[in-house]
Structure formats: structure tokens, C-alpha cells
Design a protein around this ligand. Sequence first.
Ligand SMILES: [Zn+2]
Length: 355
Amino acid sequence: MTFSSIVEQQDIRDHLQTALRLGRLNHAYLITGEAGMGRKLVARTFAQAALCTDLQITETGAEPCGKCRSCIMMEAGTHSEYRELTHEKKAYGIDEIRTQLVEDIALRPMVGERRVYFIAEGDLLSTACQNAVLKTLEEPPEYVLILIACESPEALLETIRSRMVQLPLKPVSDAGVKQYLMRQERIPDYLAAECAAMAFGNIGKAVRYAADDSFRNMVDRTTALLLDLKRLDTHAAMERVYGIFFPPEPGEEGAKKKKKQKKLKDVGAAELMRFLDLLMLLNRDAMVCKALGSPEKLVFAGQEAYDREAAGQEWSVLQGNLNRIGRARQRLSASLSADLVLELLLLGMKHGEDL
Ligand SMILES: [Zn+2]
């Protein structure tokens, strides 16, 4: 693991590499960002560098050597001075925090000069657990480095946050995500571009989409729905929506009865928002296509039939769709029935009306 293999996140890399180079590490760091943004990668790379016995110092920063005994143990996941806290149940238990951190921390390092502790799921620390962590943060032994990752800093008590250096991960550019998918995951460029657009800067999400047939399925079925929308009545349009969220198993295409039992309310909020993201991007493509008069520079470059059709639509309709999709997003956030919200949205998009 090296800092240079982390995509973008320049501020975090600069901060950590400078601290390493000057030998001025704080005792505790808080890495924040959505799951999939690289929290573990940053923590493990930092830990490896902090434990490395032959740190490679350059003018601009510092990298773990990758060759010393410490680096080899770290990359093999067997370093005795590096501990990722575990939990047996859904969240960390107070006993787990005590045995794995509070008591463990008294042991001086056997190899090298540091011990590193990493709590990868800071959102799963109860107040009691946080108070136990806090005790450690108040008077940490000088050899200890504590890393915590969580989605947002608000997950932790102010008293904990104020004792940690905060490292907020930022969304990676679409180009950065696309390049990562093509180089590291060997994803073809058109698919990499689509997945990058839908992942909004989260590389982990983009990798998941690229590996997941249901993503392609959602793109194809949604494009087909929009292409046919003018010709479909409400019932038929909603049938198509159900087909997007509950695609029939192979050979089950005609078996409608089975499908009926499934309800949109059982679809997770994240999945519904992903559908709205996709509608938004397809609508954006339609606008670009209309403006340029050609299907270049589109996110979903393989959907020409849809773009040709969409280019024939009024500007006001396409522009209005952005607001309609935004309104649907708000309504879903306000816990309105997903059936009702999507029905209103599709009707609005079909007739160019605000419902
Ligand atoms: Zn090393």
C-alpha cells in the first residue's frame, strides 16, 4: 500500500505525508466519508507508513518502503502492532472496546516504536463505547496511534472529535473514477463512464455497479421505459417500473402474478434514489444531445434511440424534468409512498406538467 495509489484525496495525502516526513504525528485521526470512498485504504496505508522501519522520505512526502519486515507483515495482515477492532454483534460492545483497545493499549510495542489501532466503523460506537474510547484519547501512551473511520463526524461525541485530526474524504472526479475502473478493474470505457457517473465520486460504488448485472439491467429497462413513456398508460408505465426493481428471473417473463406480490415499499431508499439519479442523468443526456445535435459526450452513449427521441422534445419539458425529479426526491425523503411518487413523476414527465 502506498499513498500514491490512493486516487485523488490530495489534501489528506499531503497532510499525512508531511506529518510523517517531519515525524510529527498526532495521536488520533478521524477519517470521514461514505462507505466505498476509501476509508480503510487511507487508514491502512497510513498505519503501514507509521509502522514502517525504512520510511522513504522524498521532497514532497513519505511512502512506506514495502520491503521491511513491518511492511511485509502489514501487507500480509499479520502485523502484531496493528489492530483493527472487531465486533461480534451488529455494533461494537463495551467489553470489546475494553479488551481490544483500553486494556490492550497498555502493552508497549514489541516490534518498532508504535502501536496502531483502527476502528473502521465509528458509526457503530454507542455512547458508552465512545466514553471508553475517550478515556484512551485523553491520555494516550506516546507510542499509540488511533484511527477511527465513520460516515460523518457527527456520529461521534464532540469531546472525541476535538481530540482528533479530521481527514474528510472528498468525492473523486468522474474522470478519476473512470480511469480507476479502466486501469485497475479492466472495465471497458463506455461502462466505466456510466458507472462513474452513477457513483458520484464513490469508487467503491462504481466498482460494485461495474460488477453488477442489475446495474446494466436498470439502465436498459429505464431507457426503454422513457422511450415508450408517451405511449404507455399509467398502469402499463408502473408495470415497467416494477420490472426495473423486480426483474423477472429467466423464463419467468410472462408470470405477472408472482411479480404483483412485490411492493415498491420493500425497495430500499438507496435503490429508489439510484433510479432517480439515473433518470436525472438520462435527462441530462437528452439535453446535451438536443443542444449538440449529436450523441457525442453523453454518459449513456449506447442509448441512441432514446437520445434521438428525446432530442425531439421541447426544451421546457426537459428542463422541467429536472425539477420534477428533484421534487420526487424530496417526496421520497419525506416518506411519501414510492408508488405514488413515481406515478406522479412519470405522469409529469409524460405530459410535461408539474404534478
Ligand atoms: Zn517498510
